[in-house]
Ligand binder design. Structure first.
Ligand code: COA
Length: 260
């Protein structure tokens, strides 16, 4: 597919999606959100793609937020629709994708940028990264899931402080908060993420998809995560990946998962 606001490449089972509006610090406008939706859908459906890495172009920003110029004159209805549509077509989509998504935070991840990184399954930051949800400084609140996912990741008190102060934290603080898993020099960020992807790719994609679903179940209203886990655990026994994984172990060889 041809995209105007994002770049994408697939190599060795890893798709890298790069948001490419560096002159606007990769701010998420409507067109970019739609293209990201299409790219995530496309790669999730592609059996050759086993891990997706999302990052920003340039050395300055992952994503500096939703495009402020685009929504500055919105009405109450338009504001509500912006959040609802964005959550549905991108942020919830990413969180619930069965293909693992790693956010490679290569600079500013602010507002919608941090919200996108938080919708990913986990995050790695470059040492120059800065993260925050500055929406209240604009008279609005986070609308792409930030008020829900930030407390889940860093705890309620820290989330309250970050959101109320509209401040930014650096990469090391983000790591100590549990917001990012690792901090690496910017020049090594993508290779580091690809190294983690290589470890993921050795495992059963079917089991990984089920594990993502079971973990996410803990955060869904009215869903019992333990019951989801039991269901997905049982279903695993009917997969070809399970037969291969257990047979390979007993035959003392590496598993070649068919992904079924
Ligand atoms: N929406 C739209 N445009 C944005 C943007 C956003 N969220 N963030 C940055 N840009 C644009 C700037 O308007 C500027 O465009 P211009 O050159 O046409 O004027 C360009 O990106 C570069 O940004 P600039 O502010 O000049 O860079 P800086 O290094 O001085 O500051 C930031 C970097 C990230 C601190 C600053 O851009 C910023 O505060 N951005 C907004 C962050 C925010 O509030 N995000 C939440 C939105 S809900």
């Amino acid at each position: 597919m041809n995209y105007e606001n994002i770049l994408s490449e697939i190599s060795g089972g890893v798709a890298v999606i790069t948001i490419n509006r560096p002159d606007k610090l990769n701010a998420l406008n409507k067109a970019t959100i739609q293209e990201l939706h299409n790219a995530f859908k496309e790669f999730d459906a592609d059996k050759n793609v086993r891990v997706i890495i999302i990052t920003g172009s340039g050395e300055k920003a992952f994503v500096a937020g939703a495009d402020i110029a685009e929504f500055a004159n919105f009405s109450v209805e338009e504001g509500g629709q912006l959040a609802a549509k964005g959550q549905e077509i991108l942020f919830d989509l990413v969180q619930n994708l069965s293909t693992p998504v790693i956010a490679a935070i290569n600079g500013f991840a602010l507002g919608g940028g941090l919200e996108l990184a938080m919708a990913a399954h986990f995050r790695i930051a470059s040492d120059n990264a800065k993260m925050g949800l500055p929406e209240v400084s604009l008279g609005v609140i986070p609308g792409y899931g930030g008020t829900q996912r930030l407390p889940q990741l860093v705890g309620k008190g820290r989330a309250m402080e970050m959101i109320m102060t509209a401040g930014m934290i650096n990469a090391e603080d983000a790591k100590s908060y549990g917001l990012v898993n690792h901090v690496v020099p910017q020049t090594e960020l993508l290779e580091f993420c690809k190294g983690i992807a290589a470890k993921i790719i050795k495992n059963s994609p079917v089991a990984i998809g089920k594990a993502i679903k079971a973990i996410n179940a803990n955060y869904e209203d009215g869903v019992n995560g333990y019951k989801e886990e039991i269901k997905a655990f049982g279903e695993s026994f009917g997969t070809e990946d399970f037969k291969e994984g257990t047979t390979a172990f007993l035959e003392k060889r590496k598993a070649e998962f068919p992904g079924k």
